[in-house]
Design a protein around this ligand. Sequence first.
Ligand code: ZN
Ligand code: ZN
Ligand code: ZN
Length: 127
Amino acid sequence: MRGTRQAEALVAALADLPGFRSAQEIHAELRRRGERVGLATVYRHLQVLSEEGSVDTIRDASGETLYRQCETSAHHHHLTCRKCGRSVEVEGRAVEQWARRVARDAGFTELDHTVELFGLCPQCARA
Ligand SMILES: [Zn+2]
Ligand SMILES: [Zn+2]
Ligand SMILES: [Zn+2]
């Protein structure tokens, strides 16, 4: 993204948006705030932030990448509402143990994994 001011505006918008958001939604929020920035630029910048590890990404059911500024940089998982995008960070101790065990049994090293949970949050389930 050209200029640090635009980059800062993007980070500020991300911090204010609850839950995981698509690049289009983040772009719309920036436009709403009067930022004159193109969608391609937003995509590029989100890519850089995610490579730096300053934002967390997940893929929704349709395969679209969603972004969020996470509360922790430590390894964690998400429980995300597929309707409103609200998300909570969860630990998965049983998952971590299972992943280590199956990898070790198969002789794999340098293990990494992604586990994301999607459902309806209590508010959306009630509506
Ligand atoms: Zn997170
Ligand atoms: Zn919801
Ligand atoms: Zn894990």
